[in-house]
Design a protein around this ligand. Structure first.
Ligand code: XMP
Length: 523
């Protein structure tokens, strides 16, 4: 049945992804044509349709870096001070910066332990040294890990001057030598760096003042992650969550707005005057900042947020794997219905939709996109990766990590009670639970695996891109059906005496153990 007729016929019913199945369509192109680029706000484009949830067991700087390197974007949670969040955002922005212009430098009289402190704080191992220690001062040398990493503790008192390579012995590039028509030729700069056999290439003006710093590790990261999402200065993209409580939001926005690319106002019920007023205020005070509003599940809520000025909408209430909002409050919506109804409204305004919660496998991502979402937000599927915060434990021989709802008692005691409007309540009923998820290895292995599943599904559906899906939705040319309980059983693995791990990994990822795959399938 055509999608619009389907939802009209079943008006009054709430469907989940698992209730639906889409029809294959005529295919006249190869897999290589499929392009997963998408917008998550009016202005922000990412290379894969996945974003990480701003939860304190999912997204901090390490995961935000890992997912941006793959082509998605991470949203750093707000169960931390604005200053700590700003620091984490800066770590993402500085991670792979191509030509670093926002430089960290030292002067020659600094001590080796200052160098070690910078390495520990920011992860930089090579630091340019300027005459006065200013970022764009006259270059006098460079210190690299080879100059200090094997020093004994007592030698950390030595000055940088004693250990650095002086400027006369360095390969440097003058900006006019590697520029064409006033723009740096990235290839020329990279070649100069590779030929220098050095760890970094300082770029100076004609008078020898430091302008940029190009590092070998950035170059290597860039080469191994060609689809990373980045801003025009080649820095990774990063998002952050902000409370919908004015005093807190004001302080947080002041701390983060300079570096963050996009903020999401993070509340479980975004159709409220606090959020609408906050969106208007933020647009007035930070007109260049991209804002995602939510969470919402109805078209009238989308319209209200769009009229207030949001650039993207986050859809979902109570569909997350750790959520109990629907059970506690009797409120929410089946995620497939919510995504379709909200996307229909948002498409009219050209505002992208992020389908948040309830994604358990690649087919759910495909279904969300076919229902009109531009991207999906992942919680549990990323909490299980190495880069998520928290330690890995072993339970019954399976590697697991903690995953908790932001409405769980533990998370709310760290700040997220505001997400549920409970910051000033003495008695709180949790709207989320705490649990463990089976480890899925690194983001660098898991996301490409998940995305390959998405590509394979889109291919069978005859869909080349998110834009193509939107065209088909506009023409009402996407067809689907409701699955009976028997059809769901038939579509799942059935009737086998034994299932081998390799086959089951298609649902759980390449790096999961047999026991954890079984658990994932039964979830
Ligand atoms: P998944 O299914 O990916 O869902 O694990 C992640 C999304 O769930 C939402 N979330 C919650 N919802 N109570 C809720 O009702 C909670 O405690 C809670 N914590 C997170 C959130 O939208 C997230 O992106």
């Amino acid at each position: 049945m055509e999608i619009e007729e389907f939802f009209t016929k079943f008006e009054g019913s709430s469907f989940t992804y698992n209730d639906l199945i889409f029809h294959p369509s005529y295919v006249d192109f190869g897999h290589e044509v499929i392009d997963l680029k998408t917008n998550i706000t009016r202005e922000i484009e990412i290379n894969l349709p996945v974003v990480s949830s701003p939860m304190d067991t999912v997204t901090e700087d390490a995961l935000a870096i890992a997912i941006a390197l793959q082509g998605g974007i991470g949203f750093i949670h707000y169960n931390m001070s604005p200053q700590e969040q700003a620091k984490q955002i800066q770590k993402v922005k500085r991670f792979k910066s191509g030509f670093v212009s926002d430089l960290i430098t030292l002067d020659p009289s600094a001590k080796i332990w200052d160098v070690v402190a910078i390495r520990n704080e920011y992860g930089f191992t090579s630091i340019p040294i300027t005459e006065d220690g200013e970022s764009h001062g006259k270059l006098v040398g460079m210190i690299t890990k080879y100059d200090y990493s094997t020093l004994a503790d007592e030698d950390l008192e030595k000055t940088v001057q004693e250990r650095m390579t002086p400027v006369d012995n360095l390969t440097i590039a003058r900006i006019d030598e590697i520029s064409e028509n006033g723009t740096i030729d990235i290839k020329q700069a990279n070649t100069r760096l590779v030929d220098s056999h050095s760890t970094a290439l300082p770029i100076t003006d004609r008078e020898g003042h430091l302008l940029y710093f190009l590092t070998r590790s950035d170059l290597e990261k860039h080469m191994s992650c060609p689809h990373a999402t980045s801003d025009p200065s080649k820095r990774l993209l990063v998002g952050a969550a902000v409370e919908t409580w004015f005093e807190k939001a004001e302080e947080r926005l002041a701390a983060i707005h300079r570096d963050v690319d996009v903020v999401v106002f993070d509340t479980s019920q975004g159709f409220m005057s606090y959020e609408i007023d906050l969106v208007k205020w933020t647009k007035q005070h930070y007109p260049d900042l991209q804002i995602i509003g939510g969470n919402v599940v109805t078209p009238d809520a989308c319209q209200a947020l769009i009229e207030a000025g949001v650039d993207g909408i986050r859809v979902g209430m109570g569909s997350g794997s750790i959520c109990t909002t629907q059970e506690v409050g009797g409120v929410g919506r089946g995620q497939a219905t919510a995504v379709y109804e909200c996307s229909k409204k948002c498409l009219q305004y050209g505002v992208p939709v992020i389908a948040d919660g309830g994604i358990r496998k690649s087919s759910d991502i495909i279904k969300a996109l076919c229902l009109g979402a531009n991207a999906v937000m992942l919680g549990s599927l990323l909490a299980s990766t190495n880069e998520a915060p928290g330690k890995t434990h072993i339970r019954d021989g399976v590697k697991v990590k903690e995953y908790r709802g932001m409405g769980s008692m533990q998370a709310m005691s760290r700040g997220s009670s505001v997400r549920y409007g409970m910051q000033s309540q003495l008695l709180r009923v949790p709207e989320g639970v705490t649990g463990m998820v089976a480890s899925r290895g690194s983001v660098a292995e898991w996301i490409p695996f998940l995305m390959q599943g998405v590509r394979q599904g889109l291919y069978k559906l005859g869909l080349k891109s998110v834009e193509h899906i939107h065209e088909k939705l506009h023409l009402n040319q996407i067809r689907l059906e409701r699955r009976s309980e028997e059809a769901k059983r038939e579509g799942d693995i059935h009737g086998l005496y034994e299932v081998h791990m390799e086959a089951m990994a298609s649902l759980s990822g390449p790096n999961t153990s047999e026991t954890s795959i079984r658990q994932a399938i039964h979830n």
